[in-house]
Write a protein that binds this ligand. Structure first.
Ligand code: PLP
Length: 377
């Protein structure tokens, strides 16, 4: 039996999402732009899906654009905002603990003459709102930050930043990478004064290859995909209806069970913490997570990549950091100032509602066995 505890990397597709995708591929397979009955049925499904996902994102359907995932949303926001505001300034503010999609987009803009201020977290993985605001200047075109860190589960102060940013730097656009926040914490882009926001389907039980991008009604970025004018002309290309229908189905399931799921995941994390402290008391916790689904720790002396193999042999799957870092040293833990030995032995566990106490038990047994072997060496 598989014990999958790596849901921040991706999750399995929920049965309801799979059914919706199969239906959209085999029965309601029309093109939403076609004028005949098959097209009209697909357009109806697209409209209903938009309403469902918009409700989950705390925005109106007219402010939501379907995209291919978190990376596309983030790239659209960063390059779109930089391009839109280039006459106002070439300065961007972000943090050193962002996802690679943000980091690489910022790096590319640096190559094009932009300056980027990277705000540092404290040793627990928290970013201070005032540090972001202090970094903003008259020529700041964009502030982009994540809502929930994918490696250590800390929440960033988007509400505080959004509130003060519009007073201090009204010209700056504000983008929130909410990929790890969807169905973990409420998304309230209006309250946050947020102009742009990105989420991804595959973190909540939809297939890979679909996401949603929020663009506030009075904000207009230049579309970088042009063609048939789909998504109100902002993102051309025939809509991937199987993914979109599945994304909406996953949102319906997650929203119907939200409170129960969050309580269950919080219980699993509490159980993991108690078991670890009792059975592996030399564990060192990395960061202080604010969300229940992510936990990061180091078992000193046990190299992450070796421990991952030990766990894998017992069909337990966790990760050493972001899946996108592909085994490279975590830039998040480094930014928090952790020493190399601690970074080299870090593991991230991330839960979904489907996880059970047996999954945690299997993880602890695997860790005990691995630690016995590795620490002896
Ligand atoms: N942002 C964060 C915080 C993430 O965790 C991820 C995925 O790991 C992404 C962005 C990228 O999303 P996607 O895989 O849908 O491109």
């Amino acid at each position: 039996m598989i014990h999958y505890l790596d849901h921040s990397a991706t999750s399995m597709v929920l049965p309801e999402a799979r059914e919706a995708a199969v239906y959209a591929m085999t029965e309601a397979f029309g093109n939403p732009s076609s004028l005949h009955a098959m097209g009209i049925a697909a357009a109806r499904c697209l409209k209903e899906s938009r309403e469902t996902v918009a409700a989950a994102m705390g925005c109106t359907p007219a402010e939501l654009y379907f995209v291919s995932g978190g990376t596309e949303g983030i790239n659209t926001a960063i390059f779109g905002a930089a391009h839109k505001n280039r006459h106002l300034g070439k300065h961007i503010v972000t943090t050193t603990i962002e996802h690679a999609a943000t980091m690489q987009a910022c790096k590319r803009l640096e190559g094009e003459g932009y300056t980027v201020t990277y705000v540092q977290p404290d040793e627990m993985g928290h970013i201070v709102a005032q540090d972001i605001l202090d970094a903003c200047k008259k020529d700041t075109a964009l502030v982009t930050m994540m809502l929930v860190n994918n490696e250590v589960g800390t929440m960033l102060p988007v509400a505080e930043v959004g509130k003060a940013l519009k007073q201090k730097c009204p010209q700056a656009l504000f983008h929130v990478d909410a990929v790890q926040g969807l169905f973990r914490v409420p998304l309230t882009p209006k309250k946050w004064n947020c102009d742009l926001m990105s989420v991804s389907g595959h973190k909540i039980g939809a297939p890979k290859g679909v996401g949603a991008f929020y663009m506030k009604r009075d904000v207009r970025l230049t579309p970088y995909l042009v063609g048939g004018g789909q998504e109100s002309g902002f993102r051309s290309g025939t809509e991937p209806m199987p993914q979109i229908a599945a994304f909406a189905a996953a949102c319906r399931v997650r929203s119907a069970n939200l409170e129960r799921d969050l309580a269950h995941v919080a219980e699993l994390k509490a159980y993991l913490t108690v078991q670890m402290e009792a059975r592996l008391p030399w564990v060192v916790w990395n960061g202080t997570p604010d969300v229940p689904h992510v936990v990061n720790f180091s078992l000193m002396g046990c190299k992450s990549e070796v421990m991952l193999r030990v766990l894998e042999s017992k069909e337990v799957f966790v990760s050493a950091g972001s899946a996108c870092s592909k085994g490279k040293e975590s830039h998040v833990l480094r930014a928090m100032g952790l020493d190399k030995a601690r970074i080299d032995s870090a593991l991230r566990v991330s839960f979904a509602p489907q996880n059970t106490q047996e999954d945690v038990d299997a993880l602890i047994e695997g860790l005990e066995a691995g630690a016995k072997m590795l620490r002896r060496k």
